[in-house]
Design a protein around this ligand. Structure first.
Ligand code: FE
Ligand code: FE
Ligand code: ZN
Length: 278
């Protein structure tokens, strides 16, 4: 089965987001758990969650991916920023059990803000060791990053180093962002096979649980993180179509995070991707 969707707003609730997904031909979607710049999450509504279950069944949505706010930085040098990260992570993970159990929760690992990647890796692992609980059914995903600023997770080695330090590592996976790894220097256009082999060697393909499917406004290795619509950037449609068909990736859920003004842009991309599945 091809599991394909995009990032959607849950401002009108989860049921409305699932209807939006169905309206553009998607069978999954990603959403921010709270304002991407942080703050308090909206109260969950029992009515909305009940509606959500009905719409999901109708639309064949069996997978959802939550995304933590961008400002969440468990590897900050500031204790209160780390404390906010811990609280938001714990709260988000608890809410996921209510929203839909056994789903995926993606986070940007963090930024070490001058402390160095090793210190950052240690702090991120410490945070995960605080918030992960054996009873949780959600899998927490670490997103591969483009390496702008002091982002941690810019190489497969950094992602692996975090996971190695997590005690409940069976609750941890990876979300591969095509724009980010391209910007990070992994040539998925010329050499997807070698990139995935390296991922397998360093992290393990069994850790890979989701893919963010984006084109990039910048060349390979630019460390910029500017997403582009599929086919209009430096990665190009052909390489992205190869990614959705690759045996190591094809059964994973794919999420568009491409810059569109409205849902029709995603509908077009989803239709083109479906036509490119073999
Ligand atoms: Fe992200
Ligand atoms: Fe992403
Ligand atoms: Zn990005």
């Amino acid at each position: 089965m091809f599991t394909i969707g995009c990032h959607l707003s849950i401002a009108k609730g989860f049921a409305a987001a699932a209807r939006d997904a169905a309206s553009i031909g998607a069978n999954t979607f990603q959403f921010f758990t709270r304002n991407p710049r942080g703050g308090k999450a909206k109260e969950l509504s029992a009515k909305d969650l009940a509606d959500f279950a009905v719409v999901r069944a109708e639309a064949g949505i069996e997978r959802i991916l939550a995304h933590a706010p961008y400002t969440l930085n468990p590897s900050s040098s500031k204790p209160d920023t780390r404390e906010f990260a811990l609280q938001a992570l714990a709260d988000d993970l608890a809410r996921m059990e209510q929203i839909m159990p056994a789903q995926l929760y993606n986070m940007h690992p963090g930024a070490h803000v001058g402390q160095g990647p090793d210190a950052g890796i240690g702090l991120i692992a410490d945070a995960l060791n605080e918030v992960l609980e054996p009873s949780q059914t959600t899998t927490l995903l670490l997103e591969t990053m483009a390496g702008k600023g002091s982002e941690v997770g810019r190489t497969f080695q950094e992602i692996a180093a975090i996971i190695e330090r997590v005690n409940l590592d069976d609750h941890v996976g990876v979300c591969l962002d095509t724009c980010h790894i391209w910007d990070g220097g992994y040539d998925i256009v010329g050499n997807l096979e070698d990139v995935l082999e390296e991922f397998d060697r360093v992290v393990g393909l069994e850790r890979l649980r989701a893919v963010h499917l984006n084109d990039s406004k910048n060349p390979c290795g630019a460390h910029k993180d500017r997403h582009e619509k599929l086919g209009l950037g430096h990665i190009g449609f052909e390489a992205l179509a190869a990614a959705i068909n690759h045996p190591a990736l094809r059964d994973l859920p794919f999420y568009l995070e491409t810059p569109h003004e409205d849902l029709s842009g995603y509908a077009d991309e989803i239709a083109r991707l479906k036509a490119s599945r073999n």
